[in-house]
Each structure stands twice: as structure tokens, then as C-alpha cells.
Design a protein around this ligand. Sequence first.
Ligand SMILES: [Zn+2]
Ligand SMILES: [Zn+2]
Length: 203
Amino acid sequence: MTNENNTLPTSSARVHILFNGYARDGETPAVSRVASTISFVREGAIRVIIDPGMTPDQNAILAPLAALGESPLSITDVVFSHHHPDHTLNAALFPNARFHDYWAIYHGDTWEDRPAEGYDLAPSIRLIETPGHTLQDITTLVGTPGGIVAFTHLWWSAEGPADDPLAADMQAIHTNRARVLQIATLIVPGHGASFTPGETTPR
Ligand SMILES: [Zn+2]
Ligand SMILES: [Zn+2]
């Protein structure tokens, strides 16, 4: 893997966390609670939702979006970090968006093949391929005035777990964590609040 995609041409996007996800074992063995960290990124006319997955209800996504003055109808792009339902279930809230995953862009009834590695949604918004949790995981890199933000499932939360209990390829996670830590100044993980990576951040 080359590192030519590790820098962004501009840093003019703005990021907002709409919902901080979680993953908790349930009171009964069969029922757990899980919600995705869901984010909104804006650069010019491009308005992106990342991981519109499970939440207690849809208002958990729509209310913070409305507070930013944004309509779900105005969302131009949705990114799926990977295909699990806890990160995709509410995608239909954004009927006008193009949908991005690791290998294609979907819009209406069109399916456009393309690799995610190095694909730019906007000058400050880039996708890179970071398999490990699943073999189809991608990370969204966003250049902001405050630094580069990585939206990624390489970490569940700042608190761990250090090793992904559902990893398809833990060694790939180690490799891709190292790559992302070289780039990002802020991590937005799959199931927790954003955090500044440091010496205790699992590699
Ligand atoms: Zn997953
Ligand atoms: Zn997840």
C-alpha cells in the first residue's frame, strides 16, 4: 500500500458529530444495545453523512441535523464505513444521496464500480481502504482547519476494546491503525465519542 493518499489537498471541511454510538452487553444474553457514531461533514455544496446506522430512534439523527439547519433531503453523499446493519440501517433517511462503500457508488438504480482508496468526495474529503474489522472497511479522512479527522471502525471507542472481538483480520487492523495514526489528529470511532490519539491508543 502506498501512502500517496495520506495527505489531503485542502483543509476546508467542517465536521459535526450527530450521535455518539455505543456497544453494550444486555441485561439478558440475547439482547444487547448497539448504536453507531454518526457524523455530518460539509464542504461547500457537499454534505456528507457517515454511518447512518442504528440509534434508539430516527430523531437521534434528524434532530441534531436540523439543529445545524440541514435537511435530510439536502444530503449529497452517504459513506458506509462497512456493511454491518448497525452502521447502515437508516440510510434511507437520505433519498437524494449518493452512497459510497469500499467498491462502488450507488445512486437511484445506478451502481458505479470504483475502488475507495484515494477517492475524493470533495477536495478535503477522501476515502481510503482500511480492512480488518471486515475485509470491506474504509476510513473517511477529512481535512479541517483544526487538523485531519479520521472517521473509522478501526477503533470501537477510545476506551477499547484494544483487540476488535469481531475482527476479520486483526493483523490488518494493526497495520491500518498505524497508517491512520500517521495521518489523523482526531479519531471518530465506530461506537464512541471522538478522541485525540495518544500513546495509550491501541495500535
Ligand atoms: Zn461492524
Ligand atoms: Zn460497529
